[in-house]
Design a protein around this ligand. Structure first.
Ligand SMILES: Cc1cc2nc3c(=O)[nH]c(=O)nc-3n(C[C@H](O)[C@H](O)[C@H](O)COP(=O)(O)OP(=O)(O)OC[C@H]3O[C@@H](n4cnc5c(N)ncnc54)[C@H](O)[C@@H]3O)c2cc1C
Length: 643
């Protein structure tokens, strides 16, 4: 299905069309075939594309993007330009993948279809300009461009089975010609393959990213923008996205974790959107439909001034005090900042109990934690968080179509660079240092890398580094506790209409979100997707039996919340997914826990993920820490390659 819920529509159509062109040939694929294969309508297709040729023109446009990235790159002073010319041309060849038929179609249609012809000309001009700038000689640039396109053409026509090998060989001879080294007789009869010819290439840094969740994909997407970096993203599970993994069941799109973005206008995802060229839409949760249940009463959550006036959670006097509290947060002068934890602040403040309860409840909902844990969150963490959120014009938004819209684009970006491999179902089992490189072992290979980025929960980093020379540096992070919740997702065959789309049970610390009220793309026609989340206490219980009894009790309370507010839901259930131990954040941001830094003295690796240092909480921490780690690494690449 061509649903926003699984991919961005345009990107999905391009991928599908290119696959069909590669399989059958451009001529043999009609617009109707593409529409059918993508499961959309003619109207939607023509909303995105004017014609079939526009889809094929994506191929030269992607090549153009590679040339532009190389054009902007800085190189080591005094380095020979031949290396970078070869590296760029080889990268362009690799990025074309392994479909000679597609390239054949492109070449043959370029003469007939003006749009394709124009895209090809644009690519050729940019490539020649780039080579001419490096070589300071336009004739050589044109010659090398012709070598590249000639090789492509003969490979597409079936003259060579292996494009990279053919290009290496042709470039080798081209450079010998350029350098006036060609001698008659003996040299010309030599087979370039058998001489062990060495083609000069730009040095690159080999990087491994371990973990294909939001953090790993984000870090690799940033790194893939640099022509100086080549790498592999390893993901041990069969799918991408980690805890943001999304799957389809009976027409419902279920997220393993939810996809709410808090304060999207001030969120790191806004930076990613610009810097990584992401394309997604989001929709704001209707604040008037966010309710709190306290005792028997259901009342608006005091999220903004209108709701604050209406809510019964606070009395008139408390409302005035709460407005003052919010203003102090916005101005960054709230006293809470100075206290080690929320608990310390609440113990000393003169506020009455309802206001204290409201603060505690807000922290529970934004950090997904129990009241006991809420009191352990450091004062400055809460102040920073609400300073940002209260200033936001868009407190809660959903990415339309779920996390998959983001993860699919990140993955496509990484792969389209031509320099990165995405290795799924290939967990990294070991790491060691040898001859200046880090050797990673998986079930399929042992590969050497110059740099390694860990993009996984800190508990798993600690485990992987056990028995290595870096184990002692991980000791501080070993005892970290994670934020875990009970999740109860139900897909209903019809909508149980309620005047709210979010109901939070203040007494039992759990909530239900009508996800489909904001993101309609996640349900089949007429369906409804409700997500219940119960915060869990991780206080020590007597043993496993007690813990199980506690979880059973939370489940019963959750079902009772559904019964109270969604009458008849049990008869409408089409899909159900329950997890009694879903990890929302790998390191709970409470006193006693320590976030893993992005870099550590004496440890040569980079760290990112929602348990690492970064801005925000939950997924924002995964995105922001990945962005920080990638930028740190890119600075190192610049330095190392400039030497
Ligand atoms: C129920 C629930 C609700 C949530 N709701 C929200 C929300 O509304 N808003 C929000 O912002 N966030 C939310 N989150 C949090 C968000 O999903 C996470 O913060 C984010 O997905 C974490 O991403 P990550 O990349 O840091 O970690 P992960 O997703 O855990 O990714 C790490 C990856 O590393 C892989 N890996 C581990 N070890 C190895 C190895 N040795 N080799 C190779 N691969 C390895 C794992 O398989 C995994 O895929 C929610 C989470 C849950 C569970």
């Amino acid at each position: 299905m061509w649903r926003a819920s699984t991919r961005t529509k345009r990107a999905h159509a391009v991928e599908t069309a290119l696959r069909l062109f590669a399989e059958r040939g451009y001529d043999q694929v009609s617009v109707s075939d593409i529409i059918e294969a993508t499961g959309t309508s003619k109207g939607t297709f023509y909303h995105y594309f004017h014609s079939k040729q526009e889809l094929l023109s994506e191929l030269p446009l992607r090549q153009l993007a590679i040339v532009e990235a190389w054009t902007q790159r800085a190189f080591a002073q005094g380095a020979s330009p031949a290396g970078r010319v070869n590296s760029l041309l080889l990268e362009l060849a690799k990025a074309l993948g392994d479909s000679p038929r597609l390239v054949r179609s492109l070449y043959s249609m370029s003469g007939q279809e003006p749009l394709l012809g124009k895209a090809q000309q644009q690519l050729a001009a940019a490539l020649i300009d780039c080579l001419a700038h490096w070589l300071e000689d336009r004739r050589k640039a044109v010659y090398l461009h012709d070598i590249y396109s000639g090789t492509l053409w003969s490979w597409a026509a079936g003259a060579h089975p292996d494009l990279e090998e053919a290009l290496r060989s042709n470039l080798y001879w081209a450079w010998r010609g350029i350098n006036n080294e060609t001698q008659s007789g003996h040299d010309n009869q030599e087979s370039p393959d058998s001489t062990g010819m060495a083609l000069e290439e730009e040095p690159v840094m080999e990087v491994a990213v371990i973990g294909g969740g939001l953090a790993g994909l984000t870090a690799a997407a940033y790194l893939s923008q640099s022509p100086g970096v080549r790498g592999v993203v390893f993901e041990r599970s069969p799918q991408w996205g980690g805890r943001a993994f999304t799957y389809e069941k009976s027409g419902f799109t279920l997220n393993y974790g939810a996809h709410a973005i808090y304060g999207i206008d001030r969120h790191t995802i806004a930076k990613l959107e610009k810097e990584l060229d992401l394309n997604f839409s989001s929709k704001q949760v209707d604040k008037r439909k966010v309710m709190y249940e306290k005792g028997e009463k259901v009342t608006p959550a005091p999220l903004d001034f209108v709701n604050l006036v209406k809510t019964d959670v606070l009395s008139a006097g408390q409302k005035v005090r709460f407005v003052a509290e919010i203003s102090a947060m916005i101005a960054n002068i709230h006293q809470l900042r100075k206290y080690p934890t929320l608990g310390d602040y609440l113990a000393e403040t003169s506020q009455d109990e309802d206001l204290k309860e409201l603060w505690e409840h807000l922290v529970c909902s934004n950090f997904f934690i129990s009241p006991e844990d809420a009191r352990r969150v450091p004062g400055h963490v809460i102040s920073d968080y609400y300073h940002n959120l209260f200033l936001s014009q868009k407190p809660v938004n959903y990415i339309l179509g779920s996390w998959a819209v983001i993860t699919n684009q990140l993955k496509a970006k990484i792969e389209s660079s031509g320099r990165w491999e995405t290795a799924v179902q290939e967990g990294v089992d070991g790491i060691r240092y040898e001859n200046g490189k880090y050797l990673l072992t998986t079930k399929n290979r042992e590969q050497a890398f110059d740099r390694v980025v860990f993009a996984m929960p800190s508990q798993q980093v600690v485990k992987l580094l056990k028995g290595t020379p870096w184990e002692p540096f991980m000791a501080d992070y070993e005892a970290n506790t994670a934020t875990e919740v009970l999740v109860y997702d139900v897909g209903l065959s019809h909508v149980v209409n309620r005047p709210f789309s979010y109901i939070s049970d203040m007494n039992n610390k759990m909530f239900i979100t009508d996800v489909s009220a904001t993101d309609h793309t996640l349900v089949p026609e007429g369906g409804q997707l409700l997500q219940g989340v119960a915060y869990l206490s991780d206080e020590s219980f007597g043993g496993d039996t007690d813990r199980r009894a506690y979880l059973d009790e939370r489940q019963a309370q959750m079902e009772a919340l559904f019964d109270r507010h969604y009458p008849g839901w049990r008869d409408a259930v089409t899909v159900k997914r329950m997890s009694k131990k879903a990890m929302v954040q790998s390191v709970k941001n409470v006193a006693g826990n320590r976030l893993l830094p992005n870099r550590m003295e004496s440890v040569p690796f980079y760290f990112c993920g929602d348990g690492c240092a970064g801005k925000g909480e939950l997924a924002e921490r995964a995105f922001s820490s990945a962005r920080i780690a990638a930028k740190m690494l890119l600075e190192q690449v610049e330095l190392a390659l400039a030497k």
